[in-house]
Design a binder for this molecule. Sequence first.
Ligand SMILES: Nc1ncnc2c1ncn2[C@@H]1O[C@H](COP(=O)(O)OP(=O)(O)OP(=O)(O)O)[C@@H](O)[C@H]1O
Ligand SMILES: [Mg+2]
Length: 332
Amino acid sequence: MTDALLSIRNLCVDYLTDAGVARAVDDISFDIRAGEVFGLAGESGCGKSTTAFAIARLIRMPGFVSDGEVLFDGQDVLRMDARRLRAFRWAQTSVVLQSAMNALNPVIRVSEQVCDAIRAHQRFSQDQARARTRELFALVGIDPARLDDYPHQFSGGMRQRICIAMALALRPRLIIMDEPTTALDVVVQRDIIGKISALQREFGFSVLFISHDLGLMLEFCDRIGVMYAGKLVEAGTARQVGEQPAHPYTQALLRSFPSLNGPRRRLQGIPGAPPRLTETIAGCGFAPRCESSESACFTQAQSLAPVSEGRLVACARVSRPVIAAAQTLEAS
Ligand SMILES: Nc1ncnc2c1ncn2[C@@H]1O[C@H](COP(=O)(O)OP(=O)(O)OP(=O)(O)O)[C@@H](O)[C@H]1O
Ligand SMILES: [Mg+2]
């Protein structure tokens, strides 16, 4: 794909644990285009945060990237020297985490913290940085008159919005958001996501978005990748994934979430548990929990294959007929 801002290629991340090497991210590849909101979905422990951290080169021991590339505008982030990495981290990409609001220093006025972040990376005078901070506060819907308050004088939602303002400060081209609103109540959460969405449309940055709220992801994201036990099992537009999930795991995941707009229905859990990441699995990792698995699913490894325009699925039962049809076409 030529218009990708970020290309993840065969990324693998391992953690050294007492039980052995745990492969938390297992050979995943996907692209994020300029101006696109790409979501990563999947149950707890499937490797979403590890993927996000690896992209921002924030993985620390006992974790390490064991293979693959993270190409930003064609440059491999994993091989950047310290100077280029510093520029990439702030000017090109910024990260907003669930706990970001707790990272504000409680004894320093927020204006000073935002100004310092700006001045550390751009040649701004104190007045220019302050003017920019005012602008940023207004953008995220916080009264600039409160610039000189301390963090504890703001609510959690406001502090999270200040962190989003900081993330926007240097006009990055990609913002990685790992559960940016999970600690907040649903109303505040929607308000913040609405703000981010409006800013995203105005400034055109790309977003890698991670949330436990699948309904929110389907609304906010352009495309979604679904992870299971460290692997990407399905990727497509939010509409494709939400309305016609192809992988049995995606189907099960959607059945386990309440729909915001659809009819009321009984929620279903997914029986069983994901495999241990220290185990090497021959076939599809979801096969033991899958309603439609057959014997080959336990022995043949699955990788993402195109099943329709823009849609990739790693499931023999879904992709086999499509690939067979394509081969017949090629042969004829
Ligand atoms: N420091 C660590 N040491 C060992 N294993 C780790 C470490 N950090 C994460 N893991 C393992 O890597 C796997 C992926 O974790 P990760 O935090 O990426 O999941 P996640 O999809 O973000 O989950 P959640 O939705 O709960 O945030 C998990 O099995 C986790 O136990
Ligand atoms: Mg996580």
